[in-house]
Ligand binder design. Sequence first.
Ligand code: ADP
Length: 168
Amino acid sequence: MKTGIYPGSFDPITMGHLDIVKRSAKNFDRLIIGVLANNAKNPLFTTEERVAMILEVIRDYPNVTVESFSGLLIDFADKRGASFIIRGLRAVTDFDYELQIAQTNRKVNPNVDTLFLTTSVEYAYLSSSIVKEIARYGGDIREFVPEEIVDKVYEKCRIREDSSYGRK
Ligand code: ADP
């Protein structure tokens, strides 16, 4: 069974992420979306919320599952018997960091390789941060995140705006 892992923060999952999920799921028997729990990026959504949103979005993809993980990605991949880690590349700015991580991971465990998929042009500019920024100011995010989670993103961004989100 050929298993791939697509790791990330998914804070929240966007159409860009979903595009990578769809394209890679076709090429694996099983695709596991790995939601990073111990995240230095200080996510807006809790790990449970990020996993729950992804669960709603992947309902129609029978070979795609989601779980959170903490610790080293390469250990998680190894435990799940995954032969590939999948990452998306949007722009050249993603490249340096991704190259470094991929090479390090391969050094740690040569049995797990990294596959890069280039973004579809329509999502090249799209990131979770941009979605949160637009939602915070009441902009239209319906093109950017799967419809199942639109309300949740608005709700969360407004809650944070009402408290201390974005203020120093
Ligand atoms: P991380 O914090 O690990 O970068 P992200 O949730 O930001 O987590 O991204 C997860 C993966 O999805 C990364 O490989 C990232 O490059 C990719 N990705 C994010 N947005 C897009 C997009 N719009 N198109 C293609 N790939 C994307």
